[in-house]
Design a protein around this ligand. Sequence first.
Ligand code: NAD
Ligand code: UGA
Length: 469
Amino acid sequence: MTVKNICCIGAGYVGGPTAAVIAYKCPDIKVTICDINQKRIDAWMSDKLPIYEPGLEEVVFACRGKNLFFSTDVDKHIEEADLIFVSVNTPTKKQGLGAGMAADLAYVEAATRRIANVAKSSKIVVEKSTVPCRTAQSMRTILDANSTDNVKFDILSNPEFLAEGTAIPDLLKPDRVLIGSLQTESGKAAQQALVDVYSHWIPRENIITTNLWSSELSKLAANALLAQRISSINALSAVCEATGADVDEVAYAVGRDTRIGSKFLKASVGFGGSCFQKDILNLVYLSYSLNLPEVAEYWNQVYLMNEYQKKRFVKKIISTLFNTITHKKIAVLGFAFKKDTGDTRESAAITLIKDFMQENAHVAIYDPKVEHEQIYMDLAEPGVVDNRKQVQEKITICKDAYEAAKDADALIIVTEWDEFKSLDYERIYKDMQKPAFLFDGRLILDAPKLREIGFKVHVIGKNALEGRA
Ligand code: NAD
Ligand code: UGA
């Protein structure tokens, strides 16, 4: 079985870069990325791609119009393809059974039903979206109900491990690619066909093949373990602040143990992003559903610790500013959930700024990549009439960090953008109210130097404001 024509359903943060890299590395395969969102497809075909990722433009511009295409005609490209990636969103359910925890699989189901309805030849259907363990079973039931002697479906699980901001290097040189299949003859043949696609640029030893359920669960497990490391170091950051230990020093000393390793031990204002919270809650829900409450509660603590860290930071800011921020100007640097992306989904900045607005502070925001409209949308409460107007009265979106900091009582680093490390802090200090408070939620600034300038500095997991030995 040789794959010649791929359709990717879902032109988002995963579908777009993943399928574009396949096209880039496999000139012999035609790849079409489809979406129901016309605006998104138009943007993929324009000079300004719908998502910001370092290196993405080079990849897309190199093969767009040659073997990489974008379309809203999902049915046509399903029909043409031998292999279909389902890379649609799987957000946390907002209502109904499992609301606030379970994954909303409506988009996966809709895409699967489309495939079942329009396919006139056999297809390999690949679950790329992150889904609860055993979702492939539901997909199979839908597809099997529509299969005939001439139209057969094989289902693979091929979860994506890229991180935003480094998506292109992650895809070009992944630690591993994971492909799960049913252990039947045709399942294994389909698995081999996808192995052959990735083998165009990934060494065979980095392509792991497993059964379907191991593959599905490994994705949730990887995100849960990564998030758990951040919650663990963030829990320790509170202990550091209370004792005079320095969380960066602790992380370094602990991470030097090769059994532990140094990555994902950077204390922060809390993890954000579209997946960590969603996937942990997904695992928690799955565990409850499997009647494993102890397991569910164990993983839920990772999520709760993250909520605690954000609230702890807000409390620290308010108490340091003499227990009130009413009518004070708070400058927030960074709105994206991490550097090198314009994505704001579940960004800690949203929680923090909403809390500041509740306290009637005025918030000045600067982020180098996030669109202004996105900030308004994230801070307005959906469905609340006139809330947008209230938000606009309480925030100002600034063109740079200097404008945000002017006359501010406090400056807060929320995203670790590199440019925040090299700002002219002398100038910022002069322009701020005194005392000028600075809160580093990302541990990226040189606190002793800033204290010399005159700032009152608080860094997560480090010496308290007045400094300890
Ligand atoms: P996204 O919201 O950016 O993109 C999903 C796209 O699918 C949207 O453009 C939407 O319009 C489209 N879509 C939904 N239903 C459709 C349908 N029936 N037909 C055609 N298009 C349809 O989401 P994303 O961030 O790309 O995430 C997709 C999946 O990948 C999720 O399950 C997520 O958990 C997982 N994932 C995301 C990341 C990441 O970094 N964002 C990394 C690894 C895995
Ligand atoms: C994460 C995983 O790293 C990817 O492997 C996975 O594919 C992806 O989720 C997904 O399933 O969506 P992503 O959320 O894009 O990727 O970015 P990360 O680099 O993991 O950062 C997540 C959050 O944790 C960010 O807010 C980041 O600032 C924070 N973080 C990360 C820390 O606070 N400390 C750290 O040491 C690392």
